[in-house]
Design a protein. Structure first.
Length: 261
């Protein structure tokens, strides 16, 4: 519509030059009016286009952030599972390290604990949505600068910190595994493994696998920052947050009804 108005007034300007019924002062006034009209129409067209483009960008941001909210909640739940694994593994390492080298092992119990020492569980953040939005150059469309800073810090800094701490833990586990491999050529693997585990070096390697406090701290920091980001997203889109909370609040009622039945 704006383009049609611009074309119309441009034709009027051109036609004014060919008219002879008015003097040049009158023509100049009419031309100025037509030019002002054209400038206004162009400005209005640009403004409407920018408004539409901005609305579209913010809809993309909204979809991204609400999806990211689910990713972060999954990360929070995953960290809880990983920490539970590490606490259980730490207890197992400590138990193995306290075994008496002169005692006869309970083969079944020892073998179960030994096998458990080879387990691992790493944190892999759900970051494909973030990486996709980042690679498309749309992160700058997030107008809440505090929220954007938190996102960048979480995905670019905190995840790298966790990976660094997990790498140290993995190195200790691999060192222990290489040491324990010496038992595989023995006729009695359990007895040989017990001997290796209860040797001074075996005890040192076991205790080195106990999770560093730093790793727990970094898990906790990631979880705390993820929760803050979720709160910020909920403040930006309270209606969506209310819908998210509705099923959770109705769950106890449904459970109570099922219990009555």
């Amino acid at each position: 519509m704006a383009e049609q108005e611009i074309a119309k007034h441009t034709k009027n300007v051109i036609s004014l030059f060919s008219r002879r019924e008015h003097g040049w002062r009158h023509k100049l006034g009419e031309i100025a009016l037509e030019i002002i009209t054209i400038v206004f129409a162009v400005s209005l067209s640009i403004w409407l286009h920018s408004l539409g483009e901005h609305h579209h960008e913010q809809e993309q941001v909204r979809t991204f952030l609400l999806g990211l909210r689910h990713d972060l909640q999954n990360d929070i739940d995953l960290i809880g599972d990983i920490e539970a694994f590490h606490h259980e593994a730490d207890a197992n390492f400590i138990w193995l390290s306290k075994l008496d080298p002169k005692a006869a092992p309970d083969k079944a119990q020892f073998q179960k604990a030994f096998d458990k020492a080879a387990g691992n569980f790493y944190f892999n953040a759900l970051n494909s949505r973030y990486q996709g939005f980042k690679s498309s150059g749309k992160l700058s469309n997030i107008e809440d600068e505090a929220l954007l800073d938190r996102l960048l810090n979480l995905y670019e800094h905190r995840t790298a910190q966790i990976k660094a701490s997990e790498h140290g833990w993995t190195y200790n586990q691999e060192t222990f595994s290489a040491y324990a491999e010496n038992a595989l050529d023995s006729d009695d693997d359990v007895a040989r493994r017990y001997s290796l585990i209860t040797a001074p070096k075996g005890k040192r390697l076991l205790l080195r696998q106990v999770t560093y406090p730093q790793l727990y701290e970094r898990y906790d920091t990631y979880r705390a920052e993820a929760k803050e980001i979720i709160k910020q997203i909920d403040r930006l889109y309270p209606e969506a947050a209310a819908k998210e909370a509705a099923p959770a609040s109705s769950a106890p009622k449904a459970q109570a009804l099922n219990a009555v039945r």
